[in-house]
Design a protein around this ligand. Sequence first.
Ligand SMILES: Cc1ncc(COP(=O)(O)O)c(C=O)c1O
Length: 365
Amino acid sequence: MKIQMVDLKAQYHVIEDEIDAKIKEIIHSSHFIIGNNVAEFEREAARYYDIKHAVGVASGTDALHLALLACGIGKGDEVITTPFTFIATAEAITYTGARPVFVDIDEKTFNIDVKKIVKAITKKTKAILPVHLFGLSADMEKIKGFAAEYKLKIIEDCAQSFGAEYKGKKTGAISDTGCFSFFPSKNLGCYGDGGMVITNDDDIAERIKILRNHGQKVRYYHSVIGYNSRLDEIQAGILRVKLKRIDEYNEKRRKNASLYTERLKGVNIITPSEPEGYYHVFHQYSIRTSKRDLIQKKLADEGIASAIYYPVPLHLQESYKELGYKNGDFPVSEAVASDIISLPMYPELTAEQINEVCKVIKESL
Ligand SMILES: Cc1ncc(COP(=O)(O)O)c(C=O)c1O
């Protein structure tokens, strides 16, 4: 049985008429950049998050970059983050001239280990950038405590956590800024690149709006050097159609995750955990196993996709050689990188498909 990691067509078929009508309407309006759909999407997203401002930008990477700049992060500063994430998290810090300072992860949640944060704080530390990896929130109460004590900004990387919750609060709306990616395969994805920053801070929102559009508030009057980082109308229109359904999509992901966990009981692998009070939205369903290569090969033989997020932690990436980290610096991240594997996960995945994936895993062991 052929099973993909993500089947975007399965979702499109259900909403095809609405999506096609929206795209046609935008093409007929000939208004493609920062128009009514971006404004309406920003309003609807702000309402969803019960927050003052949502600002659409061109990607999740830009959301992080502009949020860091808007929080005043720059050359000579240090920003604490996790080495077990997609490279964009750290790249955004590097773009500002600041230095990413890595802190190892917790082996159960795969998120930054809050017990290890204090040791990494120096006089240069200006912010903490937690990632809510795979759709599970980081331990935000502790992170907010450190931020208050050491006067640090918090920039949440919510690229994988649209709709996730931590103790009744949605990730992204817990701290100074929440940064989202709408890359097509994300829980809320558009049909190209897109991103968003949310905040309750009027000044941060205003700065991001200026930065995303060439440093201008009034057309052709540029107060700062900005960027071309606008969410376009077609992507915003698609996101408006999907935002109405995001809770349903996330519930389906959670149901699929429960089914996987149920079917994989008694097998010698570690399934994902969801601590008490957390609402995991399972952007990925990732298991740990010493037999990763074997499982991946058997799945592939049966036409079933799997993926390794992430094979090399950021402190060991060639592009970050100059930071001076070495093998052994973050043992938990290194161990997880060596035995983690993500299984197919999307809302439309069927019980039959999940049964098949689990059957092949059991047989291969
Ligand atoms: C954790 C994380 N941060 C940042 C990003 C960057 O988002 P984008 O690809 O929209 O630039 C991604 C997405 O790939 C991600 O998974």
